[in-house]
Design a protein around this ligand. Sequence first.
Ligand SMILES: [Zn+2]
Ligand SMILES: [Zn+2]
Length: 266
Amino acid sequence: MALSPLREVVILGCGGSSGVPIIGGDGGRGRWGTCDPSTPENHRSRSSIVLLGEQKNLLVDTGPDLRHQLLHCGIERFDAVFYTHAHADHIAGLDEVRAMNWMLQKPVEAWGSAVTLNEIEERFAYAFRPWTPEQFFRPGLVSHPVNADSIVQIADFELDVFRQNHGLSDSFGFRHANFAYCTDVVEISDHVLDRLTGLDVWVVDCFQKEPHSSHAWLERVLEWHARIQPRRTVLTHMGPAMDWNWMQEHLPDGIEPAFDGMRISF
Ligand SMILES: [Zn+2]
Ligand SMILES: [Zn+2]
């Protein structure tokens, strides 16, 4: 089967686990940290992307903002979901998969590590029960466990999948051709960094400027960038300390912040 070339990656969301702003603040208008609320790019929903191919699209994670993200970005369909890990900010919009079930009239393939898929199945058992044609009220997914350090074909995309250290747990990142996505990561092994050379675009976790126990921070990303030298490094999973205008002024050439709705063409 011929593999579809990647046409476009759409950044559905690029915020940390609580988004930006975080709930609360003066009059309930949000806790913005150092982010300027008047800058549209500082409004960040939970991190997720979609890979658009010639015929099929691959969604990465089903975060709590999924419905709004798909409508906002004009994404009408996805054919499979790749789960990076089972934290709530990456899975709790799982019910929105129903819209695809109704459209495709079949369950949606869910790919990820066995650990991740088991956790998701425990929390959303109803979504993994056998598919029924008149399935209307519940989403339908089918698990496809993937091993780290393997190459898998998902929705016409060939993914080189690897394990990442995410503090107290692991996550999966992947590379497809000259694009790679590494969200929710604090340490990347040498052997994975070696596989991330020659990238055109690298989308990578950068939660804040100060060190963090489970997320990469700016200095660490700069070190990785210098080592693997992607043409473009795009920061994601950013918290309220990452003001858009500050980043425009201070990030070196080749490194840029994502924003919700950003489209990267290939
Ligand atoms: Zn996250
Ligand atoms: Zn996480």
